[in-house]
Design a protein around this ligand. Structure first.
Ligand code: R5P
Length: 294
């Protein structure tokens, strides 16, 4: 027996996911006390049941992480059999190593708390660096949306695109999508000042003149990375620039700024719902969950 538990604002997507899996979706009781503290209650019997916790962690990451911790611990207390934590967007995933001496490796801490509180599996989509999961006790599953990206691009943009990663860290994404499309791929050299956050980018010898370019990345936050890449591509004579990214936060109207810079289309998934969420990842999340609960 299995069910999905979620928080009230994710109830609709949870219901769809549950119906895909042929199981029930239940909302936790959740409220915030007048002094700002969280309250969570599990309203059903979960004893000896596999519980999938669907927890959307953006926006307001810290609060959403904390209430997820309350829920995980409660489920363990109440005797749930296996706990599968699904965070389509895994907050803190970019701070997955110590870039400067003394820094907290936030992702490692987060995973440690999730597993210590009883998560047997942690499922997410297109995590910043999948290698960051190595050494975790919980089984961490990184759902890859790249086949869906290639299909979307083929149907809506065309196969004659050059796929570009804005930095070497995302090159593997560009490679996967380009290989499915049977097209070429490359990357820019990006440097981010770890103190100021300032980005500088250097193009490599990529021939984009009069060509369609698809920039692929995992996250768009301020949009600085994509805007910088777009400027360079325009100077190099690219004919059309499209952008595909898995998790789109679009801070301070970043999507508008990207379009104003000359990008023809922005394509995002629904890990974080936005106006550009053109590809759902819930069907591929369901495929992975089906394997876990049967
Ligand atoms: C960084 O390594 C990520 O893959 C993204 O490129 C980055 O998070 C994008 O951030 P922003 O939109 O603020 O430039």
């Amino acid at each position: 027996m299995a069910l999905i538990l979620t928080f009230p604002e994710s109830a609709e997507r949870s219901r769809k996911l549950a119906s895909d899996l042929g199981i029930e979706s239940v909302s936790t009781e959740y409220k915030v006390f007048p002094d700002g503290e969280d309250y969570v209650r599990v309203p059903v019997d979960v004893k000896d049941i596999d519980v999938i916790v669907l927890s959307d962690l953006y926006p307001d990451q810290d609060r959403k992480i904390f209430r997820t911790l309350l829920l995980l611990d409660t489920l363990r207390d109440l005797g749930a059999r296996r706990i599968v934590l699904v965070c389509p967007y895994l907050a803190y995933s970019r701070q997955d190593r110590r870039f400067r001496d003394g820094e907290a490796v936030s992702l490692k801490t987060l995973i440690k708390i999730f597993e210590n509180l009883g998560a047997d599996y942690i499922v997410t989509v297109d995590v910043h660096k999948p290698q960051a999961f190595s050494g975790s006790r919980a089984e961490c599953i990184n759902v890859e949306p790249f086949e869906k990206y290639a299909r979307y691009v083929k149907e809506n943009i065309g196969e004659d695109v050059i796929v570009l990663s804005p930095d070497i860290g995302s090159l593997w994404r560009a490679e996967k999508v380009a290989k499915i499309l049977g097209t070429s791929y490359d990357y820019f050299e990006k440097h981010r000042d770890r103190v100021t956050g300032q980005i500088t980018m250097r193009p490599r010898q990529v021939d984009v003149r009069d060509k369609k370019v698809l920039i692929i990345d995992d996250i768009i936050a301020t949009g600085g990375t994509i805007r910088e890449a777009t400027k360079i591509l325009k100077n190099m004579g690219a004919r059309e620039i499209h952008v595909i990214a898995t998790h789109c936060q679009f801070l301070n109207n970043a999507d508008k700024k990207i379009i104003d810079e000359g990008v023809k289309s922005i394509i995002c998934t629904d890990t974080i719902e936005c106006n550009h969420s053109k590809i759902t990842v819930f069907d591929i999340i369901a495929e992975h969950l089906r394997r876990l609960i049967t």
